[in-house]
Write a protein that binds this ligand. Structure first.
Ligand code: SF4
Ligand code: SF4
Length: 117
């Protein structure tokens, strides 16, 4: 049975329920998430992780629509969506493992299209 893709409506970051989390130490630079992200959110960094790969980051996090394509396609479980409140708590407490990036929290307020409260 063929399935018709459900249209996804972009929402401003403040109203999205989940935030993108990237485990840069687990990324193997395969590029699948970059290729399949429908909103061209993702790109490679120029840093190296411990495995010698350039890990992924979000170059346009405001465009993310929480579609989960990246999470589903990553063979290394290096990118996923997490509950906003839980992620914010861990981020603020400095309780994230080394190499964990939550682009939405890290963008400077002046660079953001919509400021979070
Ligand atoms: S959830 Fe992942 S694939 Fe979907 S728009 Fe956001 S970064 Fe792109
Ligand atoms: S799909 Fe996973 S391993 Fe591949 S580039 Fe993206 S985050 Fe890295």
């Amino acid at each position: 049975m063929s399935s018709v893709p459900t249209p996804v409506t972009p929402k401003p970051p403040r109203t999205r329920e989940r935030v993108l989390v990237i485990l840069q130490e687990q990324c193997k630079e395969c590029g699948l998430c970059i290729e399949f992200c429908p909103k061209k959110v993702l790109c490679f960094t120029d840093i190296y992780n411990r495995k010698g790969y350039h890990p992924v980051t979000a170059c346009d996090i405001d465009a993310c629509v929480n579609c989960e394509f990246c999470e589903r396609i990553c063979p290394d479980m290096a990118i996923f969506l997490a509950g906003r409140e839980e992620a914010k708590k861990a981020y603020k407490a400095g309780a994230l493992e080394e190499g964990t990036v939550i682009p939405e929290f890290e963008a400077k307020p002046a660079e953001r299209k919509e400021k979070s409260k």
